[in-house]
Design a binder for this molecule. Structure first.
Ligand SMILES: Nc1ncnc2c1ncn2[C@@H]1O[C@H](COP(=O)(O)OP(=O)(O)O)[C@@H](O)[C@H]1O
Ligand SMILES: O=c1ccn([C@@H]2O[C@H](COP(=O)(O)O)[C@@H](O)[C@H]2O)c(=O)[nH]1
Length: 212
C-alpha cells in the first residue's frame, strides 16, 4: 500500500463536542463499501502519556487538556508507519486509572484512518499528515452537559470532580489551545455528531480522495 492509498481525516473540537460520534458514524457507514479491515479510527486519547510510575493522587492533578499531556511524537510516527503500509501497536488508555494499560492494540495498514481528538489541530506535524481536517463547533455549554453525563456514567467520575476539573483546566485550555486551532480546519461542523449533511460531505470527500 503506498501513501496515496492511506487517507487520514482529522476531527478535532472540544471534549464531548461529538468527535467520537461522527467518527464512529463515518466508520460504520464506509466500512460497508470499503470492508471492515480497510477503515479504522484512532483516538488521540490513546496517546496520553504513561503515568504508571505516579500515584493516583498525583495522576488526578495532571492537566489533560494541555498539549504536553499527549505524546504527539509517537502518534505522528504511527501515522507515518501506517502510511508506509506498516503495522503499529496503538497504546490503550484508561480514563479511570489515568494511565496507559499494559496491553496495546494491533492496527494493520488501512485505506482510511479517522483520527479524532481535542488537540490534534494544535500540532503542525499532525496537520501535515492529514488529508482533510474537521472542527466540531458544538456550543461549549452543550459540551459541558454531555461531558458531565458521560464522565459520570462511563469514566468513573463524580459530578463534583467533573465540575472542578472543568473549571480548573478543561474550559481554560479549550479557550487557550483548542478554540484557536479551529483556524486550521478545512470544515467546521456546527451542532455536533448527528449533523447528517456534514457526515455525508465528509464521506463524499473520503471517497473522492480514494478515487484519485
Ligand atoms: N448531537 C448529539 N445529540 C445528542 N447527544 C450527543 C450528540 N453528539 C454527541 N452526543 C453524546 O454526547 C456525548 C459526547 O459525545 P462524544 O462523541 O463522545 O464526544 P467527544 O468524542 O467529542 O468527546 C456522548 O454520550 C454522545 O452520545
Ligand atoms: O486521564 C484522563 C485523560 C483525559 N481526560 C479528559 O478527556 C478529555 C478528552 O477526551 P474526550 O473524549 O474528547 O472528551 C479531555 O478533556 C481530558 O480532560 C481526563 O479527564 N483524564
Amino acid at each position: 500500500m503506498n501513501s496515496q492509498q492511506c487517507v487520514i481525516i482529522g476531527i478535532a473540537g472540544a471534549s464531548a463536542s461529538g468527535k467520537s460520534l461522527i467518527a464512529q458514524t463515518i466508520f460504520e457507514e464506509l466500512k460497508r463499501d470499503l470492508g471492515t479491515d480497510q477503515i479504522g479510527v484512532i483516538n488521540e486519547d490513546a496517546y496520553y502519556r504513561d503515568q504508571s510510575h505516579m500515584t493516583m493522587e498525583d495522576r488526578v492533578k495532571t492537566n489533560y487538556d494541555h498539549p504536553k499531556a499527549l505524546d504527539h511524537q509517537l502518534l505522528a510516527e504511527h501515522l507515518k508507519q501506517l502510511k508506509k503500509g506498516e503495522q503499529v501497536n496503538i497504546p490503550c488508555y484508561s480514563y479511570k486509572e489515568h494511565t496507559r494499560m499494559t496491553k496495546t492494540l494491533d492496527m494493520q495498514p488501512k485505506k482510511v484512518i479517522i483520527l479524532e481528538g481535542i488537540l490534534l489541530l494544535t500540532d503542525p506535524k499532525l496537520r501535515e499528515l492529514m488529508d482533510a481536517s474537521v472542527f466540531m463547533d458544538t456550543p461549549l455549554d452543550i459540551c459541558f452537559l454531555r461531558r458531565l453525563t458521560r464522565d459520570v456514567a462511563e469514566r468513573g467520575r463524580t459530578m463534583e470532580s467533573v465540575i472542578s476539573q472543568y473549571k480548573a483546566t478543561v474550559r481554560p485550555m479549550f479557550l487557550q489551545f483548542i478554540e484557536p486551532s479551529k483556524q486550521h480546519a478545512d470544515i467546521i461542523v456546527p451542532r455536533g455528531g448527528k449533523n447528517r449533511i456534514a457526515t455525508d460531505i465528509l464521506k463524499a470527500r473520503i471517497q473522492h480522495l480514494l478515487a484519485r
